[in-house]
Design a protein around this ligand. Structure first.
Ligand code: PEP
Length: 246
């Protein structure tokens, strides 16, 4: 029987000045529970967060595919690791949309992150039009095949299923819809990487997770936690989500 440690991951996006680090203090007690807690602050706060946060893993929100070089404004995986990050989010829909990132870019970034010793939270998800056209599983299958490099393990890879239409909208799929996608992703990972690895990769749901809906989402099969945007900014919102997972 493979045990997957539950993961409550927070994505602060482009939010947070130094004062926001005090929210991490408020999350520390909840982070002593059974679940792993991860916060991905903006890059400017990664080093300070990694220094102050006790029992909370810190991650970046993106990295370049190269370790160093002439790429003004970009941040590499070794830089994140050097700053104290142990994770990086890759392929978030806002990166795919705002920065025209495609599966092959995400795949190259993921390889670079692994080389730097970072664990990757790799995001996949369909648009509303794709769901309405009943293409959801095709889209997710294509993103998994295209963005995840060979060499995945239950340690270095976490997949976050984030339907684009559910991010920041207050709209959440039904538990049946979440379960269908998560079961599908589990089967795909087992097929590609073998049962041992496929069963050990954690699968997060993301998109408008709040204290009020976390419990029912966490009860869905193959949901091993959540990637949380808005409700991860304040300890008052994120702590009840962590506790729902513990
Ligand atoms: C996200 O962007 O990863 C996310 C899930 O955002 P929110 O929780 O705000 O919908």
């Amino acid at each position: 029987e493979i045990m997957r440690r539950k993961l409550a991951a927070g994505n602060w996006k482009m939010n947070g000045l130094k004062a926001a680090l005090s929210e991490l203090d408020g999350m520390e007690a909840a982070a002593q529970g059974a679940s792993e807690v991860l916060i991905c602050p903006p890059a400017t706060l990664v080093a300070a967060a990694a220094q102050t946060a006790k029992g909370i893993a810190i991650g970046g929100q993106d990295c370049h595919a190269n370790a160093s070089g002439a790429h003004t404004g970009d941040i590499s995986a070794p830089m994140l690791a050097d700053a104290g990050a142990t994770y990086v989010i890759l392929g978030h829909s806002e990166r795919r949309t705002d920065h025209d990132e495609h599966d092959e870019h995400v795949r190259a970034k993921c390889k670079s992150a692994w080389q730097a010793g970072l664990n990757v939270v790799l995001c996949v998800g369909e648009s509303l039009a794709e769901r309405e056209a009943q293409n959801t599983l095709d889209i997710i299958g294509g993103q998994l095949a295209g963005s995840v490099p060979d060499g995945a393990t239950g340690h270095n890879l976490v997949i976050a299923y984030e339907p684009i239409w559910a991010i920041g909208t207050g709209k959440v799929p039904t538990t049946d819809q979440i379960g269908e996608v998560h079961d599908f992703m589990r089967a795909r990972l087992e097929k590609r990487f073998g049962e041992g690895v496929g069963r050990s990769v954690r699968l997060l749901y993301g998109g408008s997770v709040k204290p009020g809906n976390a419990t029912e989402i966490f009860a869905v099969s193959n949901v091993d936690g959540a990637l949380v945007g808005g409700a991860s900014l304040k300890a008052a919102d994120f702590v009840p989500i962590i506790e729902a997972l513990n």
